[in-house]
Design a protein around this ligand. Sequence first.
Ligand code: 13P
Length: 255
Amino acid sequence: MSLQRRTLIAGNWKMNGSLASNASLLENLLAAPEIAVSGSTCEVLVCVPAVYLPQCESLLKSSAIALGAQDISAHQSGAYTGEVASAMLADFSCQYVIVGHSERRAYHHESNELVAQKALQALRSSIFPIVCVGETLEQREAGRTNEVVVTQLRAVMDVLDDGALARIVVAYEPVWAIGTGKTATPEMAQEVHAVLRSVLAERSGFAANKVRILYGGSMKPDNAKELLAMPDIDGGLIGGASLKAADFLAIIGAV
Ligand code: 13P
């Protein structure tokens, strides 16, 4: 965590929720003292399924919790059945969108180049893309972690100018730690975060200082504090624990 970068605690609800459960989760969060005081320590965000954006926009209006989405189209508009454009997200006050989550890379065969186009589209609608990078267990065991995450990040950097680069968020999510209960140790995560920041710094010192690099992968109340204490870990992208108000609030409290 660094003084010049505001910590970002982001929930990724993935394909979970209903009108009733979303309302109950957000009401519990909004009533909590951790959220009331969060403004002084961190930024809180929930990335919800696209169909629930109107509901969540209305529940979160003028609150301390920002709204985000989980994916967008790489195209601006047109004949792309089933896709959601960045301008549509902007219509619902979305401030952030996740791009390149490993579940999309794995199940929808999203390439680094496609993820880069999605990041670009988000920025065109003034939405901050949260660019996910991360290695599989096989890649880690083969000693390829840095090469994999750097290639993923560079593909996005290649399509952005320095000004745009400073406006992205990066999330390091080791694939083997997602939803498994296995977490990278703070030292393991810090090592990768430092590599990612050094790659940003090769292009722009300003962007390297500005861009927040979140850790994701089984971040929970009991490990959040030590992860967030590392100098290059600027927040968390939280899956499972963001669906339980008490757990999400405990992570916010750990900041
Ligand atoms: P978990 O916190 O459930 O491991 O999920 C992490 C993640 O994929 C966030 O995007």
